[in-house]
Design a protein around this ligand. Structure first.
Ligand code: FAD
Ligand code: MLT
Ligand code: ZN
Length: 477
């Protein structure tokens, strides 16, 4: 161990109770690589603080010592944001021990939770008070609410409820110098200057560490209707979305698009899923209505789909007959990424365009992939109701990871350029992390980048918070 490293560790051990530092190499190892295995880092140490005060002590120490800090939640994100770099000089701060539900205020439709609660624990605590927290991701069992807010996560219910930022009333966060920003106010209206809570949400650990949040709750849905619908193409899916919005208004909370090959991948690789439709269809929509009142939503959805079918928008449709079938369909959808992973290597793109441009974008980008990536198969699925597709390209299992990696920069540039040409975003919901730092530089205006850098400098003048993530690396010395 280099001398400076060992003296830093001695200083850290003197600053913080011994129980905060994780010393077991086997327990540390999984925290040093990201979910997709794109990055393998090293760390000076890994800390598991138990309280906001301990987070504050850690950050104050790091700021004085100029040690880079990598906040980590459930480590399920896709852009390498929670992984330390290869230098072995950074401190990973994992929030897993801060998992108290501080309060659930059913009357105020709000709850205050610590950052290390998993999303599933937050949902369950809300449900126990007969309330509903609508953020829903396939990773709910392992991602943490702190990570969800740090990435401004999207997921399956954005169409109706918005992204994580829209679900948050306030936060508690430790700033780079150890000061604690406390804004856990459960107010719907609070028009007092800059939106600092909104700024910290989506900052991916580059401005501070979120330690708690006050979240919005809703009544529990009392009626639900779910359908699996076959459509001829993306244009028909987009038209169907407008049709359903007109018929069902804000009751529509999910509108997920799946190409035939995504459904086939899930059927092949995931147990316990089934396609309720027969026949060959190129595209499918999984859509869901819900209501906080007792309503005949099955009838509403059935009638809307029948009318859409008569108008030529729908080829076939199956209305879910019960909770078991509904769970099966959601299992199919949520496991498409896992099925794709089991099938072989892939290149992932998390893009969005205005919904009206979705069909044209998919046609142009599919043509490009067919022409330039003959070894790959496009698997473009996702949250079409939000104009967000996971525009992924799968490769045969036999293909070497190095061959796929060689293609990656050219493919990414072409897809992202097409996204930009269609007025879209190269990162709809997964954030920037380390993976997309270059893309942020390429596709943001100089004024946007300058504002982001000025905010970063003001809140983290020594550049210790998650160096090299979101914005290009700033020196920590
Ligand atoms: P991590 O991966 O640990 O960290 C993510 C980033 O946030 C890092 O930059 C980290 O430094 C920072 N961070 C973490 N905790 C804190 C904190 N307390 N304070 C400050 N910074 C922090 N994402 C979607 O948006 N929509 C989806 O539909 C979706 N589906 C998924 C399905 C599966 C099966 C999987 C594996 C992932 C999916 N994701 C999805 C991606 C991922 O789950 C989300 O990005 C999630 O919000 C990350 O939370 P996490 O706790 O795992 O964060
Ligand atoms: C999803 O919507 O399934 C995820 O955001 C994308 C993925 O896991 O690849
Ligand atoms: Zn997604």
């Amino acid at each position: 161990m280099p001398r400076s490293e060992s003296s830093l560790l001695s200083s850290l051990r003197a600053a913080i109770p011994a129980a905060v530092l994780l010393e077991d190499d086997a327990a540390i190892a999984p925290l040093l690589t990201d979910h997709r295995r794109l990055y393998q880092g090293r760390a000076l140490a890994v800390a598991l603080p138990r309280s906001t005060e301990e987070v504050s002590t850690l950050l104050a120490w790091c700021n004085v010592q100029r040690v880079g800090v990598v906040p980590q939640g459930g480590n399920t994100s896709y852009c390498g944001g929670a992984t330390p770099d290869e230098s072995g000089t950074q401190l990973v701060v994992c929030l897993a021990r801060m998992r108290r539900i501080r309060t659930v205020d059913a009357a105020n439709f709000s709850m205050t939770v610590e950052a290390g609660c998993t999303l599933a624990e937050v949902q369950q605590a809300a449900a126990a008070a007969e309330r509903y927290f609508p953020l829903e991701l396939g990773s709910a069992g392992s991602c943490q609410i702190g990570g969800n807010l740090a990435t401004n996560a999207g997921g399956l219910n954005v169409l109706r409820f918005g992204m994580a930022r829209a679900l948050t009333l306030g936060i508690e966060a430790v700033l780079a110098d150890g000061r604690v920003y406390t804004h856990l106010r459960a107010l719907r209206k609070d028009n007092t200057g800059y939106d600092l809570t909104g700024l910290m949400i989506g900052s991916e650990g580059t401005l501070g560490i979120l330690t708690a949040a006050t979240l919005k709750l809703w009544p529990q849905p009392r009626s639900t209707a779910t359908a699996f619908v076959a459509v001829s193409d993306v244009a028909a899916a987009v038209a169907l979305l407008a049709w359903l919005r007109e018929a069902a208004g804000e009751r529509i909370n999910s509108f997920e698009l799946l190409p035939r090959n995504a459904v086939e991948l899930a059927l092949r690789h995931i147990e316990g899923v089934a396609n309720p439709l027969t026949g060959n269809h190129d595209w499918y929509v999984l859509c869901e209505l819900s209501s906080f009142a007792d309503e005949a939503l099955d009838e509403l959805l059935e009638a809307a789909l029948a009318d859409a079918s008569a108008a030529g928008l729908v080829q076939d449709a199956a209305l879910c007959t019960g909770e078991r079938q509904r769970a099966q369909l959601w299992r199919l959808r949520e496991n498409v990424p896992e099925a794709q992973r089991r099938a072989g290597p892939s290149l992932k793109h998390d893009i969005s365009v205005p919904i009206a441009a979705l069909s044209e974008f998919v046609a142009a980008a599919s043509d490009w992939v067919r022409l330039h990536v003959p070894a790959g198969t496009l698997v473009a699925y996702g949250h079409a109701g939000d104009g967000n597709l996971h525009f992924n390209i799968s490769f045969p299992k036999e293909m070497q990871a190095t061959q796929v990696a060689e293609l990656e920069p050219i493919v990414r540039r072409a897809i992202h350029d097409l996204v930009a040409a269609h007025g879209g975003s190269f990162s709809a919901e997964h954030g920037i992390g380390r993976l997309k730092v270059g893309a942020l530089e390429r596709y943001s205006s100089p004024v946007t980048l300058a504002m982001m850098r000025e905010i970063k400098r003001a809140l983290d003048p020594n550049g210790i918070m998650n160096p090299g993530k979101l914005l290009a690396a700033a020196s920590t010395s």
